[in-house]
Design a binder for this molecule. Structure first.
Ligand code: RIB
Length: 308
């Protein structure tokens, strides 16, 4: 199994479940408030570890109760947290998540310590690169940090995979597509990066084409219940999703990207890797919360075996 380095965000997710999301100006009643460990970086680290990879994380927590709980959760999941700093000058990142009965969500993040992942953390990541097979990045820490880690990975000939959430045009201005081996946005992220409104396969293909023109080697557009569209040097294809009844779609993309990164680093062929990543994403939709829903290798293998 590959060694994985995740450089990214760690959040406490505050989840309010409601029958339906309120419209503008409307006040709605929620059913309950649940806290669960989250943050795209930490979710992908937990997914990577549960799927069997040696996983190290670089990131920052605040010196507060959420930070203590989140570090303990990562360690319980065998994620190496030696390079996760406790920053005395910031609070731990928080995500406010409105979760509707359909399983769909709306998320607002308050970055806190994640916004301070910078020069010192880049240096720590660089020290780890000689031992690493793949670096997993997202866009919930400063873009300049992501770009520096990706450039260092390329120089060290280590694969890099970018989950493009939460995407802004700043990622394009920083030249991220050309620094990545794989870039994987969802529909809204693909639109934020390329300006193409992604509503189906044709528009996903157009967004992927534009990202490849910007230098991305492989582009994987996550399409939710439609699966994933891939375009790369070796070809292009659509891999349909598994049919499920979602409880909570939060972090399905994180499970997908972590699984994809591990399988690519293990030498798996792209279409097979995408099918497995769709399986990991589907399993993540079946439980409430981000990190609590990340599948283990055993769960993934038995799911895939039951869906031939
Ligand atoms: O991808 C899901 C994650 O996005 C949540 O866990 C939340 O923390 C936000 O970062």
């Amino acid at each position: 199994m590959p060694n994985v380095l995740v450089v990214g965000s760690i959040n406490m997710d505050l989840i309010v479940r409601c029958e339906r999301l309120p419209t503008e100006g409307e006040t709605a009643h929620g059913d309950d408030l649940v806290t669960a460990a989250g943050g795209k970086g930490a979710n992908q680290a937990v997914a990577s570890s549960r799927l069997g990879a040696q996983t190290h994380m670089v990131g920052r927590l605040g010196e507060d109760e959420f930070g203590t709980r989140l570090r303990a959760g990562l360690e319980e999941n065998n994620v190496n947290t030696q390079a996760v700093l406790t920053d005395p000058d910031a609070s731990t990142g928080v995500a406010l998540i409105l979760l509707e009965a359909s399983g769909q969500n709306r998320i607002v993040i308050m970055s806190g310590a994640n916004a301070r992942v910078g020069t010192q953390d880049v240096a720590t990541a660089k020290e780890q690169l000689p031992e690493v097979d793949v670096v997993l990045l997202q866009l919930e820490i400063p873009i300049s940090t992501v770009a520096q880690v990706a450039a260092a990975a390329r120089e060290a000939q280590v694969r890099s995979v970018l989950d493009a959430g939460a995407a802004t045009r700043e990622a394009i201005d920083a030249g991220l597509p050309a620094l990545m081996d794989v870039i994987s946005p969802n529909e809204t992220e693909a639109q934020a990066l390329t300006g193409v409104e992604v509503t189906g396969l044709a528009s996903a293909a157009e967004a992927a084409r534009r990202l490849r023109e910007m230098g991305a080697r492989d582009v994987v557009v996550k399409l939710g219940s439609e699966g994933a569209y891939w375009s790369g040097e070796a070809g292009e294809d659509h891999v349909p999703a598994f049919a499920i009844d979602p409880v909570d779609t939060t972090a399905a993309g994180d499970a997908f990207t972590a699984c994809l990164a591990i399988d690519i680093a293990s030498g798996e062929e792209m279409l097979a890797a995408l099918r497995r990543a769709n399986g990991a994403g589907a399993l993540a939709c079946l439980k409430l919360g981000a990190q609590p829903s990340m599948p283990t290798r055993g769960e993934l293998e038995s799911f895939l075996a039951g869906h031939t």
